[in-house]
Write a protein that binds this ligand. Structure first.
Ligand SMILES: [Zn+2]
Length: 292
């Protein structure tokens, strides 16, 4: 059985702008079926206004969960500035409200603030208390796009990992995955990883050092980080088999949803990763983390 740790539906605004068919849960299930994926984490996104025209709130995700409880694993989402734009906001009641309805985690977080902003820290600590893993979209800059902000080599993220030991963080997107390579620079950190990886990068260190850090291998960012240098990629999968989570980041009808699965299957077929690592990454780690 395969669990996809990162999917979205998209039927509010974005498809109107793009003149596309709304991407419904039925469409998502068809894609999941075609890839042989049994369960998928459905992430609300766009709770922060920076996140393109992609609004999809927790209530709608929960509606889909009630309709397809055997397929959907619901997450909730809350902007760290919500409530009172303060680092003292009490989020415990809202997280509890969502937990009771079936939510298993929070994210993906896209507010364009420093990842160690006191308001983010406050939300992270609340998630740790209730036992919600947090999916963070790491972006390296202010403005122009969405996501949490950190500098080259993720010094702020490291502080967050150390200061919130009870919160599980799931790293995602460019500014996280570009740090798989020791050769990452200011110029290449907000782009897909390309070519050979000459030496292991910062996330290799962080994954080793912090038990509360996981990596979400979904989307172009995860795929290119692993497939641009397939031998390095496979050895990374094998080495961090307890800390990696399979996902596709499916959010439209078109797109290369299955690429990462093809890469995993090929790596397994060529004997570059073990059956054990494959099963942990595609199912067991997610099951353990989400208490399924
Ligand atoms: Zn996403």
């Amino acid at each position: 059985m395969i669990i996809d740790m990162h999917t979205h539906i998209n039927n509010r605004w974005d498809h109107v702008q793009r003149k596309m068919k709304p991407f419904t849960v039925k469409g998502l299930i068809r894609i999941m079926d075609s890839l042989g994926i049994e369960k998928f984490v459905l992430l609300p996104v766009g709770t922060s206004p920076e996140t393109r025209f992609f609004y999809m709130g927790t209530e709608e995700i929960l509606k889909m969960y009630r309709k397809y409880p055997d397929r959907v694993i619901p997450f909730c989402n809350v902007d760290p500035r919500a409530g009172s734009n303060s680092d003292k906001t009490d989020f415990s009641w809202i997280l509890e409200h969502y937990r009771k309805q079936g939510c298993r985690g929070l994210g993906e977080l896209t507010a364009n603030l420093y990842i160690d902003d006191p308001m983010y820290m406050n939300l992270f600590r609340h998630c740790g208390k209730i036992g919600f893993p947090v999916v963070v979209h790491l972006y390296g800059r202010f403005g122009g796009s969405y996501g949490t902000v950190d500098e080259l080599h993720l010094p702020r993220f490291e502080r967050v990992l150390a200061e919130c030991p009870d919160t599980v963080f799931i790293g995602h997107a460019y500014a996280f995955w570009s740090e798989i390579s020791g050769a990452v620079t200011e110029e290449t950190r907000i782009a897909y990883v390309k070519g050979k990886i000459p030496s292991p990068g910062r996330i290799c260190e962080l994954l080793k050092k912090y038990p509360n850090l996981y990596g979400d291998i979904s989307a172009g960012s995860g795929y290119h980080a692993l497939a641009s240098d397939p031998v390095f990629g496979a050895s990374f999968l094998e080495q961090f088999q307890d800390k990696l989570l399979f996902g596709t980041d499916t959010c439209h009808y078109e797109g290369s949803h299955g690429d990462i699965l093809v890469f995993l299957n090929e790596s397994l077929g060529k004997g570059l990763i073990s059956e054990k690592a494959y099963t942990k990454i595609t199912e067991k780690n997610g099951r353990k983390l989400l208490k399924l």
